[in-house]
Write a protein that binds this ligand. Structure first.
Ligand code: SF4
Ligand code: FE
Length: 487
């Protein structure tokens, strides 16, 4: 396993082509806007080195028997799935942001199932190829960016009917030694902190879309790949000399658009090639695993609740019954989310490939709750924290030789706590509910791992409605037609 320092040094060796604010980023690792997101990924390496977290953060490779970082592990039991949920909460609670490494873990696990199933049906050799690649990832303790979301153009049209055929990523040329791909993947979490990018299709496809039904892995700095960084609310505060106005002084997340401009992929890194009949399965399995991964938001919720309790004490309102009640409500919502990610793991099962897969219905229900509860938790946080969350003067004013004394005097809460501490906590709440981390805690909760409607479709498909009706009719004495009777 890599140390955090080795991880950072390994990123320095990559020759990524990254653009931000219209300019090429020459030093990605030390860029002040990107660095906090790298620090959050590095936490997945440092926690794995810590004996206190060994059980949660590491696992035994089913390929080599060696101890590996759990983020590169293929789940071998229900216990592995439960530990994955606990790991998400743990890392979220220590970084207060999206730590980005789960997408790769979820992609590897989904591919471990789907490559096996494709081989069984079509007699192909993807699974062996995939396992060789997996061993490379485990041995080198790599970060993989799982890239699913295509730009999609006109949402009413399938890939092959788009006015611009590149709106979904596709193969444009087949060669003896590999394929050439073109297209883009949007909203890619942790893209420029990754060693590898693994591409999957984004929707269920039909035969006419077979050129789009592809999955493959590439080193993140392969020629022809360009990253264009997404902006986040308040991002340029990271360029300021002071740290207080950032809220979270060390950690953050990032997303990027990844463009594949006629990129060559050798055959040994291709895991699905035109088997359109398996695109839906791969999407569904990745999505279910990633919906489970939203255990991370429980950890981020822990940070927000801790900040709110602290600011309540700094304001001298922590004993007011309505404040206590609001904080109970925040905890109840947050722990309900925890129930969901533990439940879908506990109800997991073994797939023919040997990989353990979450209960898909419960994973979708969990993620549906994640699209709502963090918004309510954030609302309550702002309610208890007060308007100063959005109107507080800057760190420069706090430290100004002219007006600093007024900021300190008039933003003093309870007399035992310096105004600066109160401002720091308020900035953290601002960061989580309005600033850079709100991308992860709110918008990503809504749209990450699929927008709310995607989960509702899955829920309607996965519930056993017939069974429920049968019992209801039986209990009410409604006559059951012969074809509905138990055989
Ligand atoms: Fe992991 Fe959560 Fe970030 Fe997704 S949003 S990559 S699950 S930390
Ligand atoms: Fe996400």
């Amino acid at each position: 396993m890599k140390t955090p320092q080795e991880y950072i040094e390994s990123l320095r060796k990559l020759k990524l082509v990254v653009y931000m604010f219209g300019k090429k980023v020459e030093n990605v690792v030390d860029d002040p806007i990107i660095r906090p997101s790298l620090n959050a990924v590095a936490m997945t390496y440092s926690l794995a080195q810590n004996p206190k977290y060994e059980d949660i953060m590491t696992a035994k490779s089913h390929l080599t028997g060696k101890k590996i970082n759990r983020f590169t592990h293929i789940h071998q039991s229900v216990d592995d799935l439960v530990k994955k949920s606990k790991m998400g909460r743990l890392v979220g609670s220590l970084t207060g942001c999206c730590f980005q490494r789960c997408v790769g873990m979820d992609t590897l696990n989904a591919l471990s199932i789907t490559t096996y199933d494709i081989d069984v049906k079509h007699g192909t050799g993807y699974h062996k190829r995939f396992l060789k690649y997996l061993e490379y990832v485990q041995e080198n303790d790599l970060v993989c960016d799982g890239a699913m979301t295509d730009p999609k153009g006109d949402r009413s049209l399938p890939p092959h009917k788009q006015a611009d055929p590149d709106m979904f990523l596709r193969v444009v040329e087949e060669k003896k030694d590999g394929i050439v791909v073109r297209g883009a993947k949007a909203h890619q979490t942790g893209a420029v902190n990754s060693h590898e990018v693994i591409v999957m299709p984004t929707i269920t496809m039909r035969e006419e879309d077979r050129d789009y039904a592809i999955s493959f892995a590439l080193p993140s700095d392969t020629t022809g790949i360009t990253y264009i960084m997404g902006r986040q609310s308040c991002d340029t505060r990271k360029l300021e000399k002071g740290k207080i106005d950032q809220g979270n002084i060390s950690f953050g997340g990032h997303e990027a658009l990844i463009v594949f401009d006629d990129v060559f992929v050798p055959w040994d890194r291709v895991f699905m090639y035109k088997e359109y009949d398996f695109s839906g399965q791969l999407v569904e399995q990745f999505a279910s695993y990633h919906r489970q991964s939203y255990a991370c938001k429980v950890g981020v919720g822990d940070v927000l609740i801790g900040a709110v309790q602290t600011v309540a004490e700094y304001n001298g309102i922590e004993k007011a019954s309505h404040v206590k009640d609001k904080i109970i409500e925040m905890n109840q919502l947050n722990e309900t989310l925890y129930c969901g990610c533990i439940a879908c793991a506990s109800e997991g099962h073994r797939e023919p490939s040997g990989t353990y897969y979450v209960n898909s219905l419960l994973a979708n229900v969990h993620k549906q709750n994640v699209t709502r509860f963090p918004y309510e938790i954030a609302r309550l946080a702002q309610d208890v924290a007060g308007g100063l969350v959005a109107t507080c003067p800057s760190e420069d004013d706090l430290k100004s030789s002219e007006v600093g004394k007024w900021v300190k005097k008039y933003f003093q809460g309870t007399s035992s706590v310096p105004a600066e501490n109160r401002i720091r906590i308020l900035r953290l709440i601002e960061n989580l509910t309005l600033g850079t981390a709100a991308v992860g805690y709110l918008t990503e909760s809504l749209h990450g791992a699929g927008s709310p409607q995607a989960q509702r479709i899955m829920i309607s498909r996965l519930v056993n409605m017939k069974d429920k009706q049968k019992t209801a009719k039986k209990l009410a004495g409604v006559p059951v037609p012969d074809d509905e009777k138990e055989k």
